[in-house]
Design a protein around this ligand. Structure first.
Ligand code: UD1
Length: 416
């Protein structure tokens, strides 16, 4: 099991290019299940979660192969509708296969998904929406057995703006004859990107990015070349890293409007930020001011996937900051590790109170999940002395060779 070894306090300076969004690639790969033809995904970053999703496509009878930076997927002869526990449990996104398998093959047997331990993460909204659309679903022995049937309605209302449920239902409806509508749909940029990808394959989808999505089912989807959007969470993580080290960075392939909520907070902390067409420049003050408070929310609110990183930032900013976690009920597991580094953090249920310190110190810490692990890396970069972070396989799920990009900006970090 790999570890990161960090010697802190180097200022991050320079330019670095952001990767393709993990959370865009995962549903797009599930969408490939419905495509009869070759899909080329340009610059499809090889996050371990993306590789796990490719294994899933292969197990279903599809072809997934790397061609340089691109990923070629061909599910023309996909014929299996079963996903075992071994394949489904490593990643949350395995549940995205349910809608596409039902759309393409009419039935599916899929084991429950896994993913980071950040809350209960039920899939009730996915299942109740598919039931409303006529699917018969039975949950038994750790599997979801589903079969396509006659829709009870073509208008589905989501009880929460779930990203994954919006994507699953949108994909299912792409091949369902007639017009379907998803009300109270999530509006994340990755949903807009999935709709754009499906449209490139011939789907008819309108309203992605608003809270009502209209889908007119088509008979078949055809292959295409596609480049997914850049990773706004990686971008946010690098902005926070630069801010925490008093750095000056230019991030390329970075869409500032996808990170408006974070950028506003970083400006409150005293950072100078210039937003270009496809790049973001940040220059940080010597000592950050408090951002006062942050509440995580669905897009365009402050992303829950940047909550651990902003808590790390608050730990070294001036004064007291409050962080409210409103999306996942168990997303403060990493806080105990930050305490080992001298951070002053108290939390109760969904609220964190952080008193910023002048100095925090290196320690041996353990990643608890993907973004919690990223927060430890940031604290390691900003603190005095040496930090060892174990279980970095969590971090690799959503950052590709994170240490190389940080070294490029002047950090002293290595994988051991
Ligand atoms: C996606 C992202 C994840 C991000 C999250 C919120 C991917 C692969 N992952 O996860 O990085 O943190 O959005 O922005 O895109 N819920 C239910 N029932 C359901 C579905 C969800 O109660 O059927 C709840 C969840 O437990 C959670 C909240 O809704 O509390 C948000 O979940 P959701 O938006 O579905 O997140 P994911 O799609 O799992």
């Amino acid at each position: 099991m790999a570890k990161f070894f960090i010697n802190g306090k180097n200022r991050l300076c320079g330019e670095v290019e952001m990767d393709t969004a993990k959370n865009a690639l995962l549903p797009i790969l599930a969408g490939c299940i419905m495509v009869e033809g070759k899909v080329t995904l340009e610059k499809a970053t090889a996050y371990t979660d993306v590789e796990a999703m490719c294994d899933i496509l292969r197990a279903l009878g599809g072809v997934a192969q790397r061609k340089g930076d691109d990923l070629e997927i061909d599910c023309s002869s996909l014929d299996k509708c079963e996903l075992s526990h071994e394949l489904a449990s490593p990643v949350r996104s395995s549940i995205f296969t349910l809608g596409p398998l039902l759309a393409r093959l009419g039935k599916a047997k899929v084991a429950y998904p896994g993913g980071c331990d950040i809350g209960l993460r039920p899939i009730d909204i996915h299942l109740s929406s598919l039931r409303q659309l006529g699917c018969k679903i039975v949950e038994k022995n750790g599997y979801i057995y589903a079969e396509k049937g006659k829709p009870l309605t073509r208008e589905v209302f989501l009880s929460f703006q779930s990203v994954g449920a919006t994507e699953n239902i949108m994909m299912f409806c792409a091949l369902l004859p007639g017009e379907s509508k998803i009300y109270n749909s999530a509006k994340e940029p990755e949903i807009v990107d999935l709709a754009r990808f499906l449209s490139c394959c011939g789907a008819k989808i309108e309203g992605a990015g608003t809270d009502v999505i209209t889908i007119i089912g088509v008979e078949r989807l055809e292959g295409c070349r596609y480049r997914a959007i850049s990773d706004r969470i990686e971008c946010g993580t690098f902005l926070i890293a630069a801010a925490m080290t008093g750095g000056e960075v230019k991030l390329e392939n970075a869409v500032s409007k996808h990170n408006s909520a974070l950028i506003e907070k970083l400006k409150t902390c005293g950072c100078l930020i210039k937003e270009g067409d496809n790049e973001i420049f940040l220059s940080a003050p010597k000592r950050l001011e408090s951002f006062v408070d942050v509440e995580t929310a669905v897009y365009p609110g402050f992303p829950t996937d940047l909550q651990p990183q902003i808590v790390a930032l608050a730990s070294i900013a001036k004064g007291c900051s409050l962080v409210f976690e409103n999306v996942f009920e168990n997303r403060f597991n990493y806080v105990g590790e930050l305490l080992k580094m001298g951070c002053d953090i108290r939390f109760k249920s969904s609220i964190c109170i952080i008193r910023g310190k002048d100095k925090i110190f290196g320690a041996d810490v353990v990643s608890t999940d993907l973004r919690g692990g990223a927060a430890l890396v940031l604290a390691g970069l900003a603190c005095e002395g040496y930090t060892t972070i174990s279980r970095v396989e969590f971090v690799d799920r959503g950052y590709f060779h994170l240490e190389d990009k940080l070294v490029q900006l002047g950090a002293d970090i290595k994988r051991i």
